[in-house]
Design a protein around this ligand. Structure first.
Ligand code: HEC
Length: 123
């Protein structure tokens, strides 16, 4: 089957899939889509916004920042809420960088991004 071939050719995808299976309730689709949203935000949303990765290429640094802002990096809900507040302008440090996503990122986008940042960026 097509998916089978894809998983064999694409090692990162396979790693994410294994992580997702271990993670339980977070589906592989969320994490893979979250990874794409993070690196190709513009393409996935179809809007002229900055790609997250352009400012947050260092995922460990981003995870550290999430911790410093009171977020729990091992909890997708906590990470999602932090991104949500940040986009809403309630998180002073990132207000200008994040306002561009208002009305662009959907609740599902935030869930997928949080799934990616929580599971795949561990290290
Ligand atoms: C134009 C640069 C830029 C882009 C693009 C960007 N960020 Fe940020 N981000 C920042 C800055 C600046 C901060 C705050 C740094 C500080 O206060 O020390 C930040 C902070 C954060 C934080 C920590 C919480 C907070 O609000 O302080 C998270 C989580 C985050 N960004 C996620 C994302 C995600 C997800 C995307 C893509 C949807 C993204 N960022 C895109 C610049 C950017």
């Amino acid at each position: 089957m097509h998916m089978h071939g894809l998983i064999h050719r694409c090692r990162p995808l396979r790693v994410l899939l294994v992580l997702a299976l271990v993670a339980g309730p977070v589906s592989a689709q969320d994490i893979v889509r979250g990874a794409r949203l993070f690196s190709d935000t513009q393409v996935v949303t179809g809007r002229a916004v900055g790609n997250c990765i352009a400012c947050h290429a260092d995922l460990d640094a981003l995870r550290e920042m999430i911790r410093n802002r009171g977020g729990r990096v091992d909890d997708a809900r906590s990470v999602r809420n932090l991104i949500d507040r940040s986009i809403a302008g309630a998180q002073p440090g990132a207000a200008n960088a994040k306002a561009q996503y208002r009305g662009v990122l959907t609740p599902q986008d935030l869930r997928d991004l949080a799934a990616y940042l929580t599971r795949a960026a561990r290290g």
